[in-house]
Design a protein around this ligand. Structure first.
Ligand code: TXA
Ligand code: MG
Length: 342
């Protein structure tokens, strides 16, 4: 449950966004770094604040399906069906962009990603912001590029912060995000629908709604920055370990300190500096995943060990994000993460 809307804070955030400022806003997935999607300068500042290359396209957040024809030049029937079924909610649709949608939003691509979030605070914010022009907000996750996405206002305060010491004009604290991993992205701009990023709206749900198969996007699919292999990475090296190998791995690491997330606590290890109990249910696991990664990363451990979650399709988003958190940063990705990409 989210806290009741703080009217004064909501109005202040609205004013910040209307005058071209940057505000972190709560969504049901993760906190977003919002800017007026029609305001070139404001949108470009979000890239600078995140240290994100400007070629990486942003999602336009809208108040409802009625905004679709204002941001997309073509709204196929699949988009209408999915908006009807899953909006407001954690589903982003990629469509051919309209003339109104600036290249600064789409990283120069001719498609635009659009989503209508369900978090009540941001839904209301978008409703007031949209006005008669169907205005929208660009909102990448409110974290420095390559870092773990924020699922509460505290994460945003720690990472980006508010002026004068930080980088943002406001942080709207709407509580803890209930979904916890980024929205599912479906590409509807090509010959067939394809999944570009897994999230709480699963493949099974999309296939059921559309009555057809929805495969993963291939290498020809539009660019998704979360598809960089080491995205969402903690600073501490993370390993995914099968349940029956956990004790052995801990013993092999000793005396180096290790932080562990698993369903049951391995007993008798002096080098176990932090243990987090992994939830059994997928939705609970997703909700706490990024918070857990933040905590595990702050435990001063030499290594983070995570018990492998089930391999079931329902767990695709969780396994995807964990896999990226565990991936080695390659040299070019380290450059990207530091914002030194040319
Ligand atoms: O749940 C979410 O989607 C969160 C909340 C804040 O709404 N936002 C989010 O934004 O995850 P961001 O910028 O961290 O990730 C958006 C992803 C990026 O990987 C980007 O490459 C992809 O969406 N994207 C945006 N426009 C696209 C396009 N035209 N074609 C393909 N991918 C696109
Ligand atoms: Mg992100």
């Amino acid at each position: 449950m989210y806290p009741p809307i703080d009217e004064a804070a909501l109005e202040e955030t609205l004013a910040v966004l209307e005058r071209g400022g940057l505000a972190a806003i709560p969504t049901e997935t993760v906190y977003g770094l919002a800017a007026d999607a029609d305001n070139r300068d404001a949108v470009l500042r979000t890239f600078a604040v995140k240290n994100r290359p400007t070629t990486h396209p942003l999602i336009v957040h809208v108040a409802g399906p009625e905004a679709l024809p204002h941001w997309a030049s073509v709204v196929p029937v699949e988009a209408r069906i999915l908006a009807e079924r899953f909006w407001p909610g954690p589903l982003t649709m990629v469509l051919p962009k309209s003339a109104r949608c600036g290249d600064f939003v789409t990283g120069g691509q001719d498609t635009v990603a659009i989503r209508c979030p369900s978090h009540p605070w941001t839904h209301e914010l978008l409703r007031r912001f949209a006005g008669s022009a169907f205005k929208g907000l660009t909102a990448p996750s409110a974290n420095t590029f390559g870092r773990i996405s924020p699922t509460c206002a505290e994460h945003v305060r720690e990472d980006l912060g508010v002026k004068p010491s930080g980088k943002l004009d406001a942080i709207l604290d709407g509580g803890v995000c209930e979904v916890g991993v980024e929205s599912t992205i479906i590409n509807l701009s090509g010959a067939r629908p394809e999944i570009l990023r897994h999230g709480a709206v699963t493949r099974a749900m999309l296939e059921e709604a559309l009555g057809r198969e929805v495969p993963d996007g291939g290498s020809g699919a539009p660019r998704v920055s979360g598809s960089l292999k080491s995205h969402y990475a903690p600073q501490t090296k993370l390993e995914i370990v099968p349940a029956d190998a956990l004790a052995e791995r801990l013993a092999a690491l000793a005396p180096a300190p290790a932080a562990v997330m698993a369903r049951t606590r391995p007993e008798g290890f002096e080098n176990l500096v932090l243990f987090l109990e992994a939830p059994q249910r997928c939705a609970d696991y997703a909700r706490m995943l990024y918070r857990a990664l933040h905590e595990l990363d702050h435990a001063h451990a030499a290594r983070i060990l995570v018990e492998a979650p089930p391999a079931d399709p329902e767990w695709a988003a969780v396994n995807d994000r964990l896999g990226r958190a565990a991936a080695e940063k390659t040299a070019p990705q380290q450059c990207l993460a530091k914002g030194v990409v040319r």
